[in-house]
Structure formats: structure tokens, C-alpha cells
Design a protein around this ligand. Structure first.
Ligand code: FES
Ligand code: CO
Length: 330
């Protein structure tokens, strides 16, 4: 599946950039091969337009924001968040032709990020109840491009046979390679949900982070896949700590995904510093990254194209659901 070849993928919301990156200047981003310019309007809401001026195709993201509008760096035309041209310095008081406009895209803020949908949305932005719960703090973790297909990362998130090998140096127990049988598996209209108990090894830094002394503990993992390329993994430790990770593999191009990750925790900075939490999740993430960037980026949705085992059920369901989506939308 090459993401730029399927227009239905334009009908999902994707987190594209931390709002904090837009405080000073407009920024470029590439979503599903489409170059977009992002900025904050006068109310501080993110806006997204095609990153090509309708005059002489200059890159608008190289311009500046004036009174909440995006001003082209080439001849100074300015555009609002709907894509309408609102100022042409060369025209003085003459009316601005209606044809002076850009393609604008649906754009909004959620969880501290700008989200964009290039088409008519098929579903909502993933709902994460813990994000609105004052017991939880939100920690921004990663924002970086990976050279892998988003689907590979999604499958990896629901693959409970890989930690024992890929994460043998962080939390996986290689001596116990048989993956746990899920407690529950639920297909959702635009996703799936999986719950299982995983025995984990707690390395020293992690023991401090988790406020635990045991070497080996069980953790309850509940993963939710939000079609096509986002997931949450809610990890509950025996003493009640919840570490909920949101990860999106926002599709930039056929070969590149922008990793957007934050976590929500029901503890405080005094229990574990944000820095130490990020450092541990960074170690784990880099272990996955190495494997995923070495894998084939074009994931076939044909079930017979790769071999499977029992614990690949989520991945097989993902491929089946995506194949059905592509079929239903031509
Ligand atoms: Fe943008 Fe001329 S190219 S104003
Ligand atoms: Co992993």
C-alpha cells in the first residue's frame, strides 16, 4: 500500500505539528505528498493551506504572519485561513479578484498539536478521555520523521511477540518468548482494541521511574488502533500507575512518516521527571525504529504476501480493514 496512491487516506485527521512550533513563523509540512503551509491565526488557531501561492507559486511557508493572515514572501499578497486573498499591496483600493485564492484544508488544535484533514473527514480525531482528566499530565515526547510505512509502526504496536526480542535490553523477557493470549479483542468501525497482560522486566532507571522495586512485574496493556496510522497504548502497572502513550505515524510520503508521540501519566514530576520518562521511551522507540526502517516500506494488504503467526491477528485485521476501506472508496 503506497499511501499517496489512495485518495481515501486524505479523509482522515492527522497530527502534523506541535502548536509550539508555530508561535513565531509559518511552517511547511508534507502530508500524503501534499505540501502545506501552517500558521496561527489571530485567535491562535492553526490554519493550513496548499504551500503554493496562486500568483507565481512561491512557497507561502517562507512568508510571514501579519494580523493572523499569511503573507507571501514574493509580492506580499496575504491570505486568510479560508484561502481567500485579503490583501494585494499593488492594487491599493481596487477590489481583489475572487479568483485570487488558495486551497485551504480543515485544520484544528487538539492535545497541543495542529491536526489536518485534506478531504471530507470520515471520522473524528482520536478521542483520548485521559487527556481531559486533571489527574493526568501530558508530556510531549517525539516529533521526527522515520523512513518507514506508518502501517508497519501500527502493526508493531500491537505485536506482543516482539518486545521479548526487540526490547530485550529495556523491558522484554527473551526467556519467555511465547506471547500472552489477549484478554479481549474488539474490532471497531475505524480501528481495533486489544487488551493483554504482559510480564515485563524492570531495568534500574525504570524501577525509579515507576516507583517499584520488583525485577519482574505484570502490566496490563490496552492498545487502541485509530485507523489509519494512530494508536494509544494504555499501560497500567500493578500499583496503579498509568502510562498512556499516543503515537501517530503521520504519512508524509510513501517512504516517510512523521512520528508524533506524547504520553499521559497519572503521577507528578516529583514521582518521575518528564526528562527521565522521555529518556526511557526514547530507548524503547529507537529499538523499534531500527527494525522498522529496515523493513519493506510498501506493505502489501494481501494476506498471503507475508507469513503470520497467532499473535499477528491485530496486524492481519488491520490489513483486512484497510483493504476493505480502499475497496469501498475506489
Ligand atoms: Fe505570491 Fe506573487 S508569488 S504574491
Ligand atoms: Co516495540
Amino acid at each position: 500500500m503506497l499511501v499517496t496512491q489512495h485518495s481515501v487516506l486524505q479523509r482522515f485527521w492527522y497530527p502534523v505539528m506541535p502548536i509550539a512550533h508555530l508561535q513565531d513563523n509559518p511552517q511547511p509540512f508534507q502530508l500524503l505528498g501534499q505540501r502545506i503551509a501552517l500558521w496561527l491565526d489571530e485567535e491562535g488557531m492553526p490554519r493550513a493551506v496548499r504551500d503554493r501561492c496562486c500568483h507565481r507559486t512561491a512557497q507561502l511557508s517562507m512568508g510571514e504572519v501579519i494580523d493572523g493572515n499569511l503573507r507571501c514572501p514574493y509580492h506580499g499578497w496575504a491570505f486568510d485561513g479560508t484561502g481567500a486573498c485579503v490583501d494585494v499591496p499593488q492594487l491599493l483600493d481596487q477590489p481583489i479578484p475572487k479568483t485570487y485564492r488558495l486551497d485551504a484544508f480543515a485544520c484544528t488544535e487538539r492535545y497541543g498539536y495542529a491536526w489536518v484533514c485534506l478531504g471530507e473527514p470520515l471520522t473524528d480525531i482520536p478521542d483520548i478521555p485521559e487527556a481531559n482528566d486533571s489527574q493526568f499530565r501530558r508530556i510531549h515526547q517525539f516529533y521526527e520523521p522515520w523512513n518507514c510505512a506508518g502501517l508497519r509502526l501500527m502493526e508493531n504496536s500491537f505485536d506482543n511477540a516482539h518486545p521479548q526480542f526487540v526490547h530485550a535490553n529495556t523491558f522484554g523477557i527473551q526467556q519467555e518468548p511465547v506471547p500472552p493470549i489477549p484478554d479481549s479483542f474488539e474490532e471497531l468501525e475505524f480501528g481495533l482494541r486489544l487488551r493483554y497482560n504482559l510480564p515485563v522486566f524492570n531495568i534500574d532507571t525504570q524501577k525509579t521511574n515507576l516507583g517499584m522495586t520488583e525485577e519482574r512485574t505484570m502490566r496490563i496493556s490496552e492498545g487502541t488502533w485509530f485507523m489509519p496510522f494512530a494508536r494509544t497504548l494504555k499501560i497500567t502497572y500493578p500499583h496503579g500507575l498509568i502510562h498512556l502513550i499516543f503515537t501517530a505515524a503521520t504519512p508524509m510520503s510513501d517512504r516517510t512518516s512523521q512520528i508524533v508521540q506524547f504520553c499521559l501519566r497519572n503521577d507528578t514530576e516529583a514521582d518521575a521527571t518528564a526528562e527521565s520518562i522521555i529518556a526511557f521511551d526514547r530507548r524503547v522507540t529507537l529499538e523499534d525504529k531500527e527494525i522498522l526502517e529496515g523493513s519493506e516500506f510498501d506493505v502489501s494488504l494481501s494476506i498471503s504476501a507475508e507469513q503470520h503467526m497467532m499473535s499477528d491477528k491485530p496486524s492481519v485485521v488491520m490489513r483486512r480493514k484497510l483493504a476493505a476501506l480502499l475497496k469501498a472508496h475506489g
